[in-house]
Design a protein around this ligand. Sequence first.
Ligand code: SIN
Length: 271
Amino acid sequence: MQIEDAVPRVGALVTGVDVRSLTENDWKQLYQTWLDRHVLIVRGQKLTKPEFLEYSARFGRLKPHRVKKTHDPEHPEITLMGVTSGNSGSDKLVLDRGQGWHTDSPWDVEICKATQLYGLEIPSYGGDTLFASMHAAYDALSEQLKTKIATLKVAFGYGGRARTGIERLDPEDQKMPPAIHDMVRVHPETGRKSLYVNPTHVLSIVGMPEEEGDRLLAELYWYMLQPNAEYRHKWQAGDIVIWDNRCTVHSAAGGQPADQRRVHWRTTIMQ
Ligand code: SIN
């Protein structure tokens, strides 16, 4: 098994291993590398859905995504991304974009530990995924700003204030109340602090007048992308990429040809 850094401060690229037959030592090394690097890319895998589920479950409990119409019919813990439903060629299943910086499921009361994607069909260009370390974002803040935000709480909602894409949810799920989380999170496994805000899902800073809150958020968003702490993943079919939602943000870069498929299986992994 070979492991190399993707960029200096985030991401690790793993080759020469089959995740279906990992030794216990390989697994320990992979998991520790993931904690250290936040985004783990394993290349060249050939997995069935049960095998993808089994590997994903090594990281934590699997939770079916709130957008129920994207669930794989036999395995609801797998979200199908970029697959046509079969009824109509234009009926693309949702969650096939993820454009705009965000972390996954902050609108859930329970913080989502990780998301894992398995690349099946990759367009000839475009369709990359971007990642950034939110430890690096936090570390870059001035001491004054760190003190100011230390005890703040943030309200998150599906689709953010504009409720973008809310129609993807079943009617009962559209009424879910906002989830409230600490703006500064201590990673439960590494003890490192990170900034937990993103421009896609934040509704407000709890207890702060809207205008003041928006000014502070705008200031914080400037810190999200730090030198050598941002990684652009160019997909190959057979890649598995898992990211730590507790300390990263990501965005689908888009830009792929409209007539080419971009298909992934996705799992949502909890503590
Ligand atoms: C996501 O935002 O969860 C998906 C990112 C991607 O499709 O590149």
